[in-house]
Design a protein. Structure first.
Length: 466
C-alpha cells in the first residue's frame, strides 16, 4: 500500500474502524499479543494519567514508572531511575524483561532515547520519535522550517543569532505588537516571551541571545502574533503513514483567572472543545496532520509516537503555533479519560509500525481537569507541605508534584501538585466535580483557578442561543 493510499484509508480514523481488533476483549492473548511489561518514563501529572490508562489494559503484565510520584504507585511500581540515564534504563529493561518503553516527557526524546535502543538485539520497543523527529520540539527553528517546507499553515517568522541582532531588530520593526520571541531550544516551558512594546522586544531579544535561557536561546525565533483561540490536537503515528487522532483538548496556561499573570505549565484543561467542530477538524487533518505525517516520511525521519499540535483558530482557519513530541500536560489528564479504547495496543501498534490495524473509540462525555498548585508558583514555592483531602468519589486525582514521606504521608514536591479530573454529561457537570475535588484537596498555600472552561461555556451558550 502506498503512503497516499494508507493516509486516505485513515482519513477518518475514529469512524472507519477495522472489522476486528487483535486486542478484542475476551480473546485469548496470542504470542503476538502476549502480556506486556511496560516501563513508563516521567514523574508528572501526564505520566500519572498515562499510568492510570495503561494499567486498565488486559494486555498488561506489569507496569513500572521511572521515577514516578506519590500517586503513580497506585497503578504500577515506581522505580528510582532517571529518564535520562539510558544505560541504567537498558540494564533495568534487560533484568525485568521490559517489552516496551513509553516516554512521557520530551527531554529523553530530544536526547535520543529512541536511537539509543534502535537496532539493539532484544531491545524493548520505544514509543516516541527518533532524535531527528524530536527536533520538532527541540528546535523551534527546525519546526518552523519543516512547516514551511511542507506547506503547513503557521505564523510568519525569522530566526536570529547574536551575529544577526541588528537584522532581528529590523524584523521586529516590520511587525505589529504584540511581539513573539521564542528560544529555539527547550527551556522548561519558559522560553516564549510575548511583549507589547517594541523597545521591550528589542531589549528582550538582546537578553535572550545573551544567555537568558542559556544555550536554548542561542538562536531566537521571532514570529508574527496570531490572534485567536487555542486548542491542542494530539496524533499518535507509527512512522509508516498510519495515525490516529486523539480527543481534542484546550488548556489554560496563565496563573491568574481571566488568563492573567505569567505562564505556567498549565492550570487546567477541557475536552471536547466547542469550536473544534467537524469542519475545523477536517481542515486540521487535511492541512496539518496529513502533511506532517507525509513530511516526516518524505524526510526519512523515524517517528513512532505522539505528535502534539499546538493550534490556534484564526477566524475558523487552523494554524500551528508549535509542535511538541509527546502528550501535553495537563491535557493528558482529560484526553486519557476520553479514550474509550484500550491504550496499550495503540501504543504497541505505533511502536511496531502497524497502527492502522488498531481501533480508537472516544468516550462521548466531557472531561475536565483543574490543577491545584503550590503557593508562589510559577515563581519560587515551598515544598514538603502535608496533603490531605485526596479521598474523593467524584473525580480522579492525577498526582504531579507529590511524593511519599517515610511514614507514608503525602507531601508536595513541585509547583503543580494534583490535577483534579472528572467526567460529566456536559461541561458544567464535569467542571463541578473537578472544582469540588480541587476544593477538598488541602495543604498550606494551595491555589487553583476557578474559571477553567469559562470561555468554552460562553461559546457553547452563544451557539445554543442561535
Amino acid at each position: 500500500m502506498s503512503i497516499q493510499q494508507n493516509l486516505n484509508t485513515l482519513r477518518h480514523p475514529v469512524s472507519n474502524q477495522p472489522e476486528k481488533s487483535p486486542f478484542n476483549a475476551g480473546e485469548t492473548l496470542t504470542e503476538q499479543t502476549k502480556p506486556l511489561t511496560v516501563l513508563l518514563l516521567g514523574s508528572g501529572g501526564r505520566e500519572c494519567a498515562l499510568a492510570w490508562k495503561i494499567s486498565q489494559s488486559p494486555a498488561l503484565k506489569h507496569l513500572y514508572i521511572a521515577p514516578g510520584n506519590g500517586g503513580t504507585d497506585a497503578y504500577g511500581e515506581n522505580i528510582p531511575l532517571s529518564p535520562l540515564d539510558f544505560e541504567a534504563i537498558a540494564q533495568f529493561a534487560t533484568e525485568k524483561g521490559v517489552d516496551m518503553i513509553v516516554v512521557g516527557n520530551e527531554d529523553p526524546l530530544v536526547a535520543g532515547i529512541y536511537d539509543f535502543f534502535a537496532g539493539r538485539e532484544g531491545a524493548p520497543l520505544v514509543v516516541g520519535p527518533s532524535k531527528a523527529g524530536a527536533a520538532l520540539e527541540g528546535s523551534k527553528d527546525f519546526a518552523k522550517q519543516f512547516m514551511v517546507r511542507h506547506g503547513i499553515p503557521t505564523a510568519r517568522y525569522r530566526s536570529f543569532t547574536s551575529e544577526t541582532i541588528a537584522e532581528g531588530e529590523k524584523f521586529l520593526e516590520e511587525l505589529k505588537a504584540p511581539y513573539v520571541l521564542k528560544a529555539d531550544g527547550l527551556a522548561a516551558g519558559k522560553g516564549v516571551l510575548i511583549l507589547d512594546s517594541l523597545d521591550d522586544a528589542k531589549a528582550s531579544l538582546r537578553e535572550m541571545l545573551g544567555g537568558m535561557f542559556g544555550k536554548s536561546s542561542a538562536t531566537v525565533v521571532i514570529e508574527e502574533f496570531l490572534k485567536g483561540i487555542e486548542c491542542s490536537v494530539f496524533v499518535l503515528t507509527d512512522g509508516n503513514g498510519g495515525y490516529r487522532i486523539l480527543p481534542v483538548a484546550k488548556d489554560y496556561k496563565r496563573i491568574g483567572e481571566g488568563d492573567t499573570g505569567p505562564n505556567t505549565g498549565g492550570m487546567g484543561a477541557v475536552s471536547p472543545v466547542a469550536f473544534a467542530d467537524d469542519e475545523f477538524m477536517r481542515k486540521v487533518e487535511e492541512r496539518i496532520i496529513i502533511p506532517t505525517v507525509k513530511g516526516l516520511i518524505a524526510e526519512d525521519i523515524t517517528y513512532r509516537g505522539f505528535i502534539f499540535l499546538g493550534l490556534i483558530d484564526v477566524e475558523g482557519e487552523p494554524m500551528v503555533i508549535e509542535y511538541n513530541v509527546r502528550m501535553g500536560d495537563p491535557e493528558t489528564e482529560v484526553v486519557m479519560l476520553r479514550i474509550a479504547s484500550d491504550l496499550l495496543p495503540l501504543l504497541q501498534g505505533a511502536a511496531q509500525g502497524n497502527l492502522s490495524t488498531m481501533p480508537l473509540d472516544t468516550d462521548p462525555r466531557y472531561a475536565t481537569t483543574v490543577m491545584v498548585v503550590s503557593g508562589g508558583y510559577p515563581g519560587s514555592y515551598p515544598k514538603g507541605k502535608v496533603i490531605t483531602g485526596t479521598d474523593t468519589g467524584d473525580a480522579i486525582l492525577f498526582h504531579a508534584g507529590t511524593k511519599r514521606a517515610d511514614d507514608g504521608s503525602l507531601l508536595t514536591s513541585g509547583g503543580r501538585v494534583i490535577a483534579c479530573s472528572a467526567y460529566g454529561k456536559d461541561l458544567d457537570e464535569a467542571l463541578a466535580h473537578s472544582f469540588k475535588a480541587a476544593g477538598e484537596v488541602t495543604y498550606e498555600g494551595k491555589y487553583f483557578r476557578r474559571d477553567i472552561g469559562a470561555d468554552l461555556k460562553a461559546i457553547e451558550e452563544a451557539r445554543a442561543a442561535k
